[in-house]
Design a protein around this ligand. Structure first.
Ligand code: FAD
Ligand code: ZN
Length: 226
């Protein structure tokens, strides 16, 4: 109780399976007494492109634009655009970040990738020699909850989903110092029976009931590629 959760949600349709997973998470976590904030990226028309519009006022080097340098400098002088500042505030306050999305091309939808690209700027999420276990977003947990088109059997024979999670969990979250909980995968909601869909939704509720007792994974190459 009293824990703060940020759910970053990337689906266009509230009636979708992802929409149902989001609804369940908000209800269950709120019931536990958590403070839940949702960033509904499509509804917010979140800008995914990393451009110079993210910097308010003068550029550090207007002769040759470098996004990483400019956002780092802008962060330090409080010159990032309002939408980024708001997202960073939500991240800063959160104990747990949940990313809820459908798998797109073995990865996250562009709008969510854009959130990662733009929100997790140098100085805020990581810094020179402050990365991985030394990253700036310490004492936070993350959880990737996603759905697939492919069935569990296909993933079992064609390549484990853990391979896909290396860039997201290790390359982004761990890099920023955020601990990683076991991912939550709902395989092929479109292709299973209504009964199985209900089962998957119940399993998500059940998992969230004991989420605060979970230990983070050992986020190292062995977890992904053993
Ligand atoms: P939906 O189609 O919205 O939901 C499935 C069904 O569940 C629907 O009939 C819905 O009505 C029903 N439902 C919703 N709520 C409930 C409820 N409460 N109770 C019962 N039923 C409910 N897949 C891969 O595996 N790998 C890929 O690389 C990949 N790349 C993709 C790239 C793109 C660009 C796109 C568009 C899709 C890709 N996919 C891929 C497929 C995609 O991951 C799936 O279509 C998606 O995960 C399904 O989730 P959804 O929420 O959209 O499901
Ligand atoms: Zn890692």
């Amino acid at each position: 109780p009293g824990k703060k959760v940020l759910i970053v949600y990337a689906h266009q349709e509230p009636k979708s399976f992802n929409g149902s997973l989001l609804k369940i998470a908000v209800e269950e976590l709120t019931k536990q007494g958590c403070r839940v904030t949702v960033s509904d990226l499509y509804a917010m028309q979140f800008e995914p492109r990393a451009t110079r519009n993210d910097i308010v006022g003068h550029l550090h080097n207007s002769e040759e634009f470098n996004y990483a340098t400019e956002t780092w400098e802008a962060y330090k002088r409080g010159g990032l655009s309002k939408d980024l500042v708001e997202e960073q505030k939500k991240v800063q306050e959160a104990d747990l970040l949940i990313f809820q999305f459908p798998l797109f091309w073995f990865s996250m939808p562009a709008i969510l990738k854009g959130w990662m690209d733009r929100v997790l700027v140098q100085g805020f999420a990581y810094d020179l020699s402050k990365s991985y276990d030394g990253g700036l977003l310490q004492d936070k947990l993350s959880l990737f909850s996603f759905t697939t088109g492919g069935t569990k059997e296909k993933y079992a024979t064609r390549g484990d989903v853990r391979y896909l999670l290396w860039p997201m969990q290790h390359g982004i979250m761990h890099f920023c110092g955020v601990k990683v909980l076991e991912p939550h995968v709902c395989y092929a909601p479109k292709h299973v029976s209504e009964e199985k869909r209900k089962e998957m939704l119940t399993a998500w509720t059940q998992r969230l009931k004991t989420i605060w007792k979970e230990e983070p994974i050992n986020c190292s190459p062995e977890w992904y590629f053993k």
